[in-house]
Design a protein around this ligand. Structure first.
Ligand SMILES: *Cc1c(COP(=O)(O)O)cnc(C)c1O
Length: 351
């Protein structure tokens, strides 16, 4: 064996959904938006002064922060921005979870969390969801090094009311509680306002789902100033300029177009209701979803078989070969047309 091989970092990475490039594919596997970004984003990019690319971007991101403040009751010093919320979350794990005690998160949740734990050597314990895939607050009352809750949860889509989120935060005042709100804009209520009440709360959101901009890689988090300062220090020990200038301009434009945002998220909610009721008629059991995806299973057909059938029809959904959830499909809510195609394909298979 080559001597240097001993020194290679050995890690099992997060596996993102496939990104098939063919044009005729119906892509319902990575929770992207079926709609283009706001027309204001197109304008912002078209009028972007490329001469400014000569310089490093602003790491204070004043324009983007000003736009976000139009949407949330926070101040500049309470906002932390990053290159996608995955980066924001990774930096949060590195900054906030330095205890010997394990951090806690559910057994069924975003599968990136254990990857960051292993990357940064953070001990963790997964807490089983109850038999209906709900989070039991009491399970999070024990000593721990931090808590991470995705709300609505992924891949179940199940939303936890804000009172319960607050219950978990208030029982964990000695550690940082991260609430990952990647899917909050499809019917849920954000915990952002609670940051003024709890100095141990971090709320993370993304441009990738409800703002139709997965390709631009922008994510952000809200928390009290002492926490943003700690995060900035870690970020500046790693890469000071995480957000490029074009992304900053485009993301600011998207945040200001509230009407378009409402129209798109409203359309997704409508298509979700349609899809759930059609799948109901075919005998599927679907978890109550407040996200831009649904988690569904059929008593007579295995998850794997349904996944393979849909793929043969050029419809990509997500199937997780994992305990408790391997009979389920996670289906992104797309356009009305895409959901009609999905339903007709399944009608053909499920007799
Ligand atoms: C999609 C997703 C993210 C990451 O989104 P970015 O594209 O990196 O902003 C974070 N958390 C959850 C639960 C997600 O589903």
């Amino acid at each position: 064996m080559k001597e240097w091989k001993k020194n290679l970092r050995d890690i099992e990475p997060y596996v993102p959904g496939e990104q098939p490039q063919a044009a005729d594919v119906i892509k319902l596997n990575t929770n992207e938006s079926p709609f283009p970004p706001s027309p204001k984003v197109k304008e912002a990019i078209a009028s972007f002064n490329t001469d400014t690319l000569r310089k490093y971007p602003s790491f204070v991101c004043p324009e983007l922060k000003a736009a976000l403040k139009e949407n949330y009751p926070v101040s500049d010093t309470e906002l932390f921005l990053g290159n996608g919320s995955d980066e924001v979350l990774a930096l949060c794990f590195m900054t906030f979870f330095n205890s010997d005690k394990p951090i806690l998160f559910p057994d069924v949740t975003y599968s990136f969390y254990p990857v960051w734990c292993s990357l940064y050597n953070i001990p963790y314990e997964t807490i089983p969801l109850d038999e209906n895939f709900n989070i039991r607050c009491e399970d999070y009352y024990k000593p721990n090094g931090g808590v991470v809750i995705t709300n609505p949860n992924a891949p179940t889509g199940i939303y936890m009311p804000l009172e319960k989120i607050e219950d978990i935060i208030s029982h964990n005042r000695d550690v940082i509680v991260i609430v990952d709100e990647a899917y909050i804009d499809f019917g849920g209520k954000s915990a952002v306002e609670l940051i003024h009440k709890y100095d141990n709360l971090v709320v993370v959101q993304t441009y990738s789902k409800s703002r139709n901009l997965a390709g631009i890689r922008v994510g952000y988090a809200a928390m009290q100033m002492e926490l943003t300062a700690a995060l900035e220090a870690v970020k500046n020990s790693f890469n000071s300029y995480t957000l490029n200038s074009i992304s900053q301009a485009a993301a600011a434009a998207a945040a200001l177009d509230k009407d378009y945002f409402k129209k798109c998220t409203g359309e997704i909610i409508k298509n979700r209701t349609y899809t759930v009721s059609e799948l109901d008629k075919l005998g599927f059991k679907t978890m109550p979803s407040m996200a831009n995806f649904i988690f569904t299973t059929h008593p007579d057909y295995s998850g794997e078989e349904l996944f393979n059938f849909l793929k043969s029809k050029n419809i990509y959904v997500r199937h997780f070969n994992k305990p408790r959830i391997n009979e389920y499909l996670r289906i992104t809510i797309g356009s009305g047309e895409e959901m009609t195609s999905l339903v007709s394909a399944l009608k053909e298979y499920v007799k």
